[in-house]
Design a protein around this ligand. Structure first.
Ligand code: GAR
Length: 311
């Protein structure tokens, strides 16, 4: 009961408190990528599981009449080591936290070289897709990672109520974070919410707002964008979607293409990761060129993301 009240009081101050313990809990929340409620359960399970293990170990020792001394300490530690993972897993079941503790214990076992695991399968990589429009790229990315071993599309962030990408999210059962201007540009740019959702990587797929510095700092080298032209040409503020293709055609360009790049503080500017080209014919319109560009995007974007996250 005491443990429950203590953990609950800690978790209730999680987002606001400034005591060292509040800061430590926020760090744990980010490390484990869990929300406040889940953190409360996890701490409670650790505390309860630990106390139960200690209690049962002492009972076993007294049943075998092992008295205090070096043998007692040795056997006590041995029993604790064997019992603790089993008891923690058992206690976690009624709280719905079995998957978390199973992966936690597997990670510990792997670190101590007690069990062999593929390093990659230990940690899921969670992607948030930011989109403002139809979301056809978002759909291709979701399809690509649907059965992936460790990469998940875990969140769709959208700044436009009614955008097509929101229908995709609801059809695919993917949680949505609606982005409001005030909070995005003047607040924390949703970095706390993204951390709490356990997001590791952000993919801009037709997201038309500039990314605020606070979000870039919270996810360094972890935000990429796709642009429907060969940067550094045809980029910058106001250059998006059809407008890019209209400008390419108006300038009688012989070729266009796509650019995938890291996001920095300047529009369409960060380090280029990948480019692919297509010819522009004299008969092309903005619509026919958009089709060619979308073809390049669908073919390459999911693969480039996978390559980046498999390094
Ligand atoms: C894509 O072509 C993407 O390259 C472009 O918006 C389109 C979104 O289409 N992004 C930009 O112009 C960013 N400057 P979708 O919603 O069907 O994926």
């Amino acid at each position: 009961m005491f443990l429950m009240i203590f953990t609950f009081s800690c978790a209730s101050r999680l987002n606001t408190g400034n005591r060292p313990i509040d800061k430590m809990l926020r760090k744990l929340q980010q490390k484990w990528k869990v929300n406040g409620r889940k953190l409360l359960f996890i701490l409670f399970i650790f505390a309860t599981g630990g106390s139960l293990t200690g209690y049962i170990s002492k009972k076993i020792l007294s049943a075998f009449q092992i008295e205090n001394g070096w043998l007692w300490t040795f056997v006590y530690i041995l029993i604790m080591t064997i019992l603790w993972p089993m008891i923690i897993l058992l206690v976690s079941i009624p709280f719905g936290q079995f998957p978390f503790f199973l992966s936690y214990i597997r990670k510990m076992g792997a670190r101590l070289h007690l069990i062999k695991t593929n390093k990659r399968t230990l940690q899921e990589i969670r992607i948030a897709i930011f989109a403002s429009g139809a979301g056809s790229n978002a759909q291709k990315i979701i399809d690509h990672f649907r059965s992936h071993a460790y990469i998940r599309v875990s969140l769709i962030a959208c700044n436009k109520p009614g955008a097509g990408v929101l229908n995709i999210a609801s059809r695919e059962n993917i949680p949505v974070q609606l982005i409001e201007k005030e909070k995005f540009f003047k607040g924390n740019a949703y970095s706390d919410e993204l951390m709490a959702a356990g997001i590791d990587f952000i993919v801009l797929a037709g997201f038309l707002w500039k990314i605020p510095t606070s979000l870039i700092k919270a996810f360094p080298k972890k935000i990429i964008n796709i642009h429907p032209a060969l940067l550094p040409g045809y980029g910058g503020k106001g250059m998006y979607g059809q407008k890019v293709h209209e400008a390419v055609i108006a300038n009688h360009e012989k070729e266009s293409g796509i650019t995938i790049h890291y996001v920095d503080e300047i529009y369409d500017h960060g380090t280029i990761i990948f480019q692919d080209k297509c010819p522009v014919s004299p008969t092309d319109t903005a619509e026919t060129l958009a089709k060619k560009i979308h073809g390049l995007e669908y073919k390459n974007f999911p693969l480039v993301i996978e390559q980046l996250l498999s390094k």
